[in-house]
Design a binder for this molecule. Structure first.
Ligand code: CP
Length: 350
């Protein structure tokens, strides 16, 4: 981990002005009340899109979409979010086949982002090096907001935001957390059992999601069940973070049929071939867990199935027609949550 800078916890609150011009590099920046503000804003964005398609609040604003790793959903949903609100975007493909980044000429990431800031109002950045987005956002001399779209095996905060929004939305969980940060709130509204399946070692989405679920486990008890091959376990730094929250429990499973008993959410991840140094190790573990019709037939009737996507073959397509499969709805929510985030960061208003 090359992170040498830190972020301020709970700095993004229910006061919209706290979001104005802020970077977003980690879910730990968002307070419980800030999460509620973002989700309420995302709900109104959904209504806006479904009624009139969008508005013009971000007219003449430009987003720099900078991706040094492949992306379909994160890049396109940020671009769509910007356009739905009247803004526009420029895209830099810094990946292996891309030809729009001067990193190939030896330019530093910091200089590239400082350059793009001259043309854009906000940067959305994905990079393969863990900690690189934090480094650029907090110590790279940037003056405009930088949003982390995934830094190696580190974090993917906007994915976690859309995931928790989806969980609350699909399960009808209460959005009525009191405004104001209720650190001492201990009232439980039941138990939320989330199974995380697959490659938890390399999955930045589950790293951010585990942290954000723990942070928001105020009115309910949270049980995180990690179901993974031995070599792809959740990193200890994530487990230690979750351990700080009294309402959050963590359990280890190897049998997926056992893990889903009594679960509310099955969060499936892809085994990330591109992160393995030894391809033989990938071949050994790639098919360890598969979600298919047989598994779904013994899963709880109310258990939703999520996946950040892309999938390879860890969820059979036969599951797609099951009403509990919500990964395509989850993806759509990504645009609403990112519209909300852009409005808060660029305008300081919901
Ligand atoms: N979920 C996600 O990050 O997808 P992309 O890699 O397509 O952006």
């Amino acid at each position: 981990d090359s992170t040498t800078t830190t972020v301020t916890s709970n700095s993004l609150t229910s006061d919209p002005k706290t979001w104005l011009s802020s970077n977003l590099v980690s879910v730990t920046q968002i307070s419980t009340s800030g999460l509620l503000l973002l989700f309420e804003t995302a709900q109104s964005m959904r209504t806006l899109v479904r009624t009139v398609g969008g508005d013009s609040r971000l007219r003449h604003r430009v987003l720099a979409s900078v991706f040094y790793e492949a992306s379909t959903r994160t890049s396109c949903s940020f671009q769509a979010a910007m356009m739905r609100l009247g803004g526009t975007f420029l895209h830099v493909d810094g990946g292996a086949g891309g030809n729009t980044s001067a990193s190939k000429k030896g330019e530093s990431l910091e200089d590239t982002i400082r350059c793009l800031e001259c043309y854009a109002d906000v940067t959305v950045l994905r990079h393969p090096t863990t900690g690189s987005v934090q480094r650029v956002a907090l110590g790279g001399g940037t003056v405009k907001p930088v949003i982390n779209a995934g830094d190696g095996v580190g974090e993917h905060p906007t994915q976690a935001l859309l995931d928790v929004f989806t969980i609350w939305d699909e399960l009808g969980l209460s959005l009525d957390i009191e405004h104001g940060d209720s650190k001492n709130e201990t009232k439980h509204a039941g138990q939320l059992v989330v199974v995380m399946l697959g490659d938890l070692k390399h999955g930045r989405t589950v790293h951010s999601l585990a942290k954000l679920l723990a942070r928001s486990s105020i009115k309910h008890e949270l049980v995180l069940r990690y179901c993974t091959p031995k070599t792809l376990e959740m990193p200890s730094h994530v487990k230690e973070y979750v351990d700080q929250f009294p309402n959050a429990k963590q359990e280890e499973y190897s049998d997926i049929r056992e893990a889903v008993q009594g679960a509310n959410v099955l969060y499936v991840t892809r085994v990330q071939k591109e992160r393995f140094e030894d391809i033989k190790h990938y071949e050994d573990v790639k098919g360890a867990y598969v979600v298919d019709g047989t598994l779904m037939s013994c899963a709880p009737p109310g258990m939703i199935v999520m996946h950040p996507l892309p999938r390879v073959d860890e969820i059979h397509t036969e599951v797609d027609a099951d009403p509990r499969a919500c990964y395509f709805r989850e993806m759509e929510n990504g645009m609403f949550v990112r519209m909300a985030l852009l409005s808060l960061v660029l305008l300081g208003s919901p």
